[in-house]
Design a protein around this ligand. Structure first.
Ligand code: PMP
Length: 286
């Protein structure tokens, strides 16, 4: 079935939504994106995603092209017309079409390209990986050093994910200077002696919206949190390991570089955090 998508003010059948070959998003990866999960037809952590969108745009010298109410209206309309019960809304803003390829930015009044589409994912909340766990490999983090900006330059994470699959794993954790930065598309955690450990925010990692929510819920539940880097060896020996992202929520990691973590089974802290995250986020969904 053809989806309805949003492109620069219009709602169109997906086959009719066309972007210029000169678009800076296409030739320069000059664009940012957000992914918001939908559960029960409602948007999770929406305010957080919009705040990060504005921040990413500002860091690249772009304005946010739409007011918050308009972003919300577009998200809601796409969820409605595409009958999304469980799934996600993807949004992307690029620096637009300068009419030619040029490293220099186009004039500030060049219209930005705004694209949104939905992906239906029935069973998103009941992901079987929450029971079985995820196997990861470690790879060097070869991305640029402004990973706090959510740009569409996703080639290296994509290569890392393919390397993981080629090695029979599900995903890769990225390592820089001996420490885990984050996953290909998620923030990473270990649990040791009841304490949740995750790398502190900096330009080295994306400031996950799910991470922020999880740490808030964890401290409300009186769980101890330590924000510091950890190594692959420490993760392999931890009581539990897990990751968070808007589309996976909280998922256990049960194997790292072929070594089982937590006896190769999801641990109780991870399982509890997934429950809390889903429960609390659903309560606040809009
Ligand atoms: N790190 C990276 C590199 C990511 O791509 C993502 C997912 N977009 C995350 C972390 C998790 O962020 P969020 O919880 O906002 O989805």
């Amino acid at each position: 079935m053809s989806r309805t998508v949003y492109l620069n003010g219009d709602y169109l059948p997906e086959a009719e939504a066309k972007v210029s070959i000169f678009d800076r998003g296409f030739v320069m990866a000059d664009g940012v994106y957000e992914v918001t999960s939908v559960l029960g037809g409602k948007l999770l952590d929406f305010a957080g995603h919009l705040a990060r969108l504005t921040r990413s745009l500002n860091e690249l010298g772009m304005d946010n092209p739409l007011p918050d109410e308009e972003w919300l209206a577009i998200h809601r309309k796409l969820v409605e017309v595409n009958a999304i019960d469980e799934g996600l809304v993807y949004l992307q803003v690029t620096r637009g079409n300068p009419g030619d390829r040029d490293f220099a930015f186009p004039p500030k009044d060049t219209p930005q390209t705004i694209v949104l589409f939905t992906q239906s994912k029935p069973g998103l909340a009941a992901n079987p990986s929450a029971q079985t766990g995820i196997r990861v490999i470690s790879v060097p983090d070869l991305r640029w050093s402004r990973r706090d900006i959510k740009t569409v330059q996703l080639l290296y994470p994509s290569l890392a994910k393919m390397e993981a699959k080629a090695k029979g794993a599900d995903d890769a954790w990225l390592v820089e200077d001996g420490f885990v930065t984050e996953g290909t598309s998620n923030n990473t955690y270990i649990v040791k002696g009841g304490t949740i450990v995750t790398r502190q925010l900096s330009t080295d990692i994306l400031h996950g919206i799910t991470r922020a929510a999880l740490l808030r819920f964890a401290s409300e539940a009186q769980m101890k949190v330590e924000e510091r880097p950890f190594t692959i060896e420490e993760a392999q020996e931890a009581d539990e390991a897990f990751f968070t992202s808007a589309s996976a929520f909280v998922l256990p990691v049960v194997e790292i570089d072929g070594k089982p973590v937590a006896g190769g089974k999801p641990g109780p802290v991870t399982t509890r955090l997934r429950e809390i995250y889903l429960e609390e986020s659903l309560k606040a969904a809009i």
